[in-house]
Structures are given as C-alpha cells and as structure tokens.
Design a protein around this ligand. Structure first.
Ligand code: NCD
Length: 307
C-alpha cells in the first residue's frame, strides 16, 4: 500500500501495515548506524514548524539525515517564514515543493496538514495540527507499547490528563481501538475526550470508562499514558490554573500500579509526573522518546519505498 501523505491516524487502520512498520522500526533499532538504509539519498526534506517542538522536530531531522537526505528547516515558522508577511499556508507549501521532496509540518490549526497535502506534490507528514491529530506520535506510542508488552491485544490502557485538547491521545486512542483493548479515560470534567472520538470506540465495541479521579483505575491498567494540560489551547489562564494540577503522578500512585505496568508520556511534562518516578522501572517515557526516532525512520523509509 502506498502512502502519499501522512495526515491522519485513520490511514493506519490496516494491521498488516502497522505490523510492517513495527517490524521495520525494530530492525532499524537493532542496526549499527553504518547499516541504515539510505532511501532518501540525493533528496532534500523540509521541516516546517509553526509551533514549538523538541522531540518531534529533532527526531524527524535525525531520521531524515540518517536515511541519507539533506535537510532544510524552518523552526518557529509562524515568525520566521513569510507567514508573518501574510503568505497563505498553501503558497508556502507550493514554494517548498520547489526545493524539497517531502515536508514535515506542525501547525496550530486543526486540518492544516490536510490543507498542505491538498496542494503538495511531495509527501506531507503531519507532525501535529493544533488540537487535532499527531499521527506519528501515535505510531511511536503503539510501537513502544508493543515493544514493552509484546502485544497490544488484551491490554487495559489509561489515558490521563487533557483529553480534550491533547492531540496525541486523539491519534493514539483510535489507533489502539483497532485492537482488543479497554480504555480508562481520566480527566477533569472540563477536559473530557471529545464525542467524535468516543463514537469511534462505540462503533468498534471497545469498552471504555470515563472518570474524573484515578483511585480505582491505577491498579487495573497495563499502560498509564499521562498527558500535559495544553496551556496554549486555553482562552484564559484562570481556566488553565483551575485544572493544571488535577493529576500528578507521584510514587504514592505508582505504588498502587501493577508491577509490570508501563508509564508513558509524549513529553514535555510540566509537573504531571514527579521526577522521583523516573527511577522506577515502570517509567518508560524516555525509552518512548528513543523509540520515536526509529519509528520515524521506519515511516519515512516506508513512504519513500512502498509502491
Ligand atoms: C506533544 C505535542 O506536541 O502534541 N509533544 C510531542 O510531540 N511529543 C505533547 C504536548 O505538547 O503536550
């Protein structure tokens, strides 16, 4: 199956495709860097980020160069690209088409990557579109779960935090709902998972429980996926302050968890996970970061080699 663009996690509902990506990421992860495939040799890829990023941008830029391509990059594109002069996203994308064989884009508006893909002749990869989706994070998260637990079927998964605005869970939950999983959705009442995503679970007959506290679920879950309250999506700071510290994971909670559970977080964390948790063997978030590089290499390799 050919992937022209990577815009939504809906493009990954085919289990064979997901299996192939897991396998490829794991093969690349086991390789000596001198053996990395070079499908992007003599090509140029562009990263254009209109929102802050550490991991997504740097891992894509590492992946792009590891696979042999040249890199051109605009960080803080809202300020440093011609967007500030009033250029449309479409014109910017058509311009980058003149230089690059692929575009990795992060943008504050929901649907921006889809708009970019609509005018781009080269692959567009969505690195986060506002509170919409973050499909490549979901791929690396699913790969991380698969690596740690050896399976996805049968797992109980807790998604905690800002389920309203967090784009990582908007991609991860639909992806995992292709498996036989059960969800606990834990958030302040004002930050519940939007209906459109819950509908997908209902259509697929996936069991889920919405909670505004985590007492009873901590001991149940195999995967605890923490998220940051997305300050930048709040209209006023007072509303953010009201909910920002509702779920803080400390060793007190971790002690209630299963001994073989894993704790994940797409990062950055603000204070949702106490640093004392980092030393616990269940803390998996920095390994998750590392897995992300290899999943992004596998994905780019797939986009440029599949027919
Ligand atoms: C996330 C994002 O940008 O959506 N970070 C990431 O890509 N790893 C999560 C967040 O910012 O809270």
């Amino acid at each position: 199956m050919k992937l022209d663009h990577v815009v939504s996690i809906k493009q990954f509902s085919d289990k064979a495709l997901l299996d192939e990506l897991f396998k490829s990421a794991s093969e690349i992860q086991a390789m000596d860097p001198s053996q990395y495939p070079k499908p992007l040799q003599n090509r140029t890829l562009a990263t254009i980020f209109y929102e802050p990023s550490t991991r997504t941008r740097l891992s894509f830029e590492t992946a792009i160069q590891n696979l042999g391509a040249n890199l051109i990059s605009t960080e803080n594109a809202g300020e440093f690209s011609s967007a500030i002069k009033g250029e449309s996203l479409e014109d910017t994308i058509m311009t980058i088409n003149a230089y690059a064989d692929g575009i990795v884009i992060r943008h504050p508006e929901v649907g921006a990557a889809k708009r970019a893909a609509a005018v781009s002749k080269v692959p567009v990869i969505n690195a986060g579109d506002g509170a919409g989706e973050h499909p490549t994070q979901a791929l690396l998260d699913a790969y991380s779960i698969y690596k740690a637990k050896g399976k996805i079927d049968g797992l109980k998964i807790g998604l905690v935090g800002d389920l309203l605005n967090g784009r990582t869970v908007h991609s991860l939950m639909p992806l995992l709902s292709g498996f036989d999983v059960e969800f606990y959705l834990v958030s302040p009442p004002s930050l519940r998972m939007p209906e459109e995503y819950l509908k997908v679970l209902e259509e697929k007959n996936i069991k889920y429980t919405e909670l505004d506290n985590w007492q009873d679920m901590l001991g149940q879950v195999d995967v605890l996926y923490m998220t940051r309250v997305q300050k930048e999506r709040f209209a006023n700071e007072a509303d953010y302050i009201k909910v920002k510290d509702d779920f803080i994971l400390t060793m007190e909670q971790v002690k209630q968890m299963k001994s073989d559970a894993i704790i994940m977080h797409p990062l950055p964390r603000v204070n949702e996970i106490d640093v004392a948790v980092d030393a616990d063997p269940r803390a998996y978030y920095f390994e998750e970061v590392r897995n992300g590089l290899f999943m992004r290499m596998a994905l780019l390799n797939y986009v440029y080699t599949s027919k």
